[in-house]
Write a protein that binds this ligand. Structure first.
Ligand SMILES: Cc1cc2nc3c(=O)[nH]c(=O)nc-3n(C[C@H](O)[C@H](O)[C@H](O)COP(=O)(O)OP(=O)(O)OC[C@H]3O[C@@H](n4cnc5c(N)ncnc54)[C@H](O)[C@@H]3O)c2cc1C
Length: 430
């Protein structure tokens, strides 16, 4: 008789699927697992408890998507983990309706995620996945340098992290930091600092929210930089929103890879920009403050790229490049809000070596979000929020989470557990 092929794995919990990360992407998948199958899924997240972009939860910030686009409803509106059910179970329904929000507070969405996670069996917080290996025909999840679970399929839902400006790398951390750290830095600043110029670099929604937070805190000289000619807002027209539906994703999936990439590039302004109304809120707050003090506390500086900076005479000296000039701007602090980059995926090098990449070195992800790799016939690696140029701009936001989760689930189980249909559309994409 032969022994176990991997005795060090004996006794570990074995799941049908394991997910790295318990953000909305993997939570949506786990929710559909729960209602659509009898198979098990476990999620591992490094956060100590349920949370969602907590560094960016300034007072009053709102979602960019409708509350109907929750973890489950667009695929399964009768699911017990719908946002509506969350409101009813927590006694908030009438108050929320009567508050007449156009879009709900981000904090409410975070609470909803925490509530949903709490209703699932195997969401493990405080578990940073160091590495995933593939041994004896299964994925092995390691945390704290120890194997903690094995699974037949793996789902990567590690999301994004703030991008940093390499040119500011030499500045002390307390003088230049990313937007996600602003809430932690503010209590360390003095009343005197509020009159010191503060640069916010990056003209997107996060930059705007940082400017508003600084205004709220009483800062009187906020300088807001963006490299584009003006601060762009999201195109929220009906036809722009038609890009965020399954019929458009299916249209894209029928095109060649280069064409998909080109179309997705052209669509960025439908999703990655300021929420309509955000600029009005900022203009009005700036005007209100000017009425009191006689000066605008916020100066908008479009068409300026901040390329670097250094500490000079105790001040942050920023190198600023515009269409025809190169200048140095002196500020006290620099808040960096230039977007987000993919969080590294902790796969063992031997596993990475078995994954196919295209000619640009990008991992090949299919229409079912499965990564092309040697063992894919039996063991799937699914990548969420990693294939925008293949599966459309919806891949990196919340609008079609349940549709993507249903697609992954159907692929893993090799049958149609959930039907995704979107046939009644007035638009014929071409
Ligand atoms: C401030 C902000 C607001 C946004 N608002 C909207 C919106 O209103 N509408 C919209 O459509 N989109 C929005 N987005 C874009 C996008 O939908 C969100 O970023 C969304 O959270 C992506 O979900 P995710 O699950 O893929 O990733 P994340 O939410 O980033 O979750 C990833 C999780 O993985 C965990 N993780 C990472 N690495 C490891 C590891 N090695 N081990 C264990 N755990 C790990 C992280 O702790 C995290 O909890 C917003 C983005 C930001 C930054």
């Amino acid at each position: 008789m032969t022994g176990s092929p991997a005795p060090h794995l004996d006794g570990l919990p074995h799941y049908f699927a394991a997910g790295i990360g318990a953000g909305p992407a993997n939570l949506s998948l786990a929710a559909l697992f729960r209602s659509g199958t009898s198979e098990s899924i476990a999620l591992f997240d490094r956060q100590p408890a349920a949370g969602w972009h907590e560094g960016l939860l300034h007072s009053g910030v709102r979602m960019q998507t409708s509350w109907m686009k929750d973890l489950v409803s667009v695929v399964d509106p009768t699911h017990e983990l719908s946002f509506l059910n969350y409101l009813v179970r927590n006694g908030r329904l009438f108050s929320l309706i009567n508050a007449q929000f156009d879009v709900i507070p981000r904090r409410e969405y975070m609470r909803y995620l925490a509530w949903a996670a709490d209703h699932m069996d195997d969401v493990h917080y405080g578990h940073e996945v160091d590495v995933v290996t593939f041994e004896a025909g299964r994925f092995v999840v390691h945390c704290d340098e120890k194997p903690v679970a094995t699974a037949r399929h793996l789902v990567v839902g590690v999301g994004t992290q703030p991008a940093r400006l390499p040119g500011l790398a030499t500045l002390p951390a307390e003088r230049s930091f990313v937007a996600d750290d602003l809430h932690r830095r503010l209590p360390q600043m003095t009343e005197g600092d509020k009159a010191v110029p503060v640069a916010v670099i990056g003209g997107g929604q996060t930059g705007c929210e940082c400017v508003l937070r600084l205004l709220d805190e009483g800062f009187t000289d906020i300088r807001w930089y963006d490299r584009s000619t003006w601060f762009h807002t999201i195109d929220d027209s009906p036809i722009a929103n038609d890009v965020y539906r399954p019929s458009h994703v299916q249209f894209l999936q029928g095109l060649s890879r280069p064409t998909r990439r080109r179309l997705v590039e052209e669509m960025q302004h439908t999703g990655i920009a300021l929420t309509p109304g955000a600029m009005r809120t900022l203009y009005q707050a700036n005007y209100d403050r000017m009425l009191v003090t006689g000066e605008f506390p916020v100066t908008l500086l479009p068409g300026r790229e901040v390329s670097g900076g250094a500490l000079v005479d105790g001040e942050v000296a920023l190198d600023v490049v515009s269409a025809e000039k190169r200048e140095q701007h002196r500020v006290g602090y620099a808040v960096v809000a230039i977007g987000r980059v993919n969080t590294p995926v902790p796969l063992a090098p031997e596993l990475v070596a078995q994954i196919d990449v295209d000619t640009d070195g990008e991992v090949l992800v299919g229409d079912d979000y499965a990564v092309t790799w040697k063992g894919m016939a039996e063991n799937g690696i699914y990548a969420l929020n990693r294939s925008m140029y293949v599966n459309g701009i919806t891949d990196n936001n919340l609008t079609l989470l349940p549709v993507r989760a249903a697609t992954v689930l159907n692929s893993m189980l090799g049958r149609e557990v959930y039907t995704v249909s979107d046939d009644l559309s007035p638009v014929r994409w071409g």
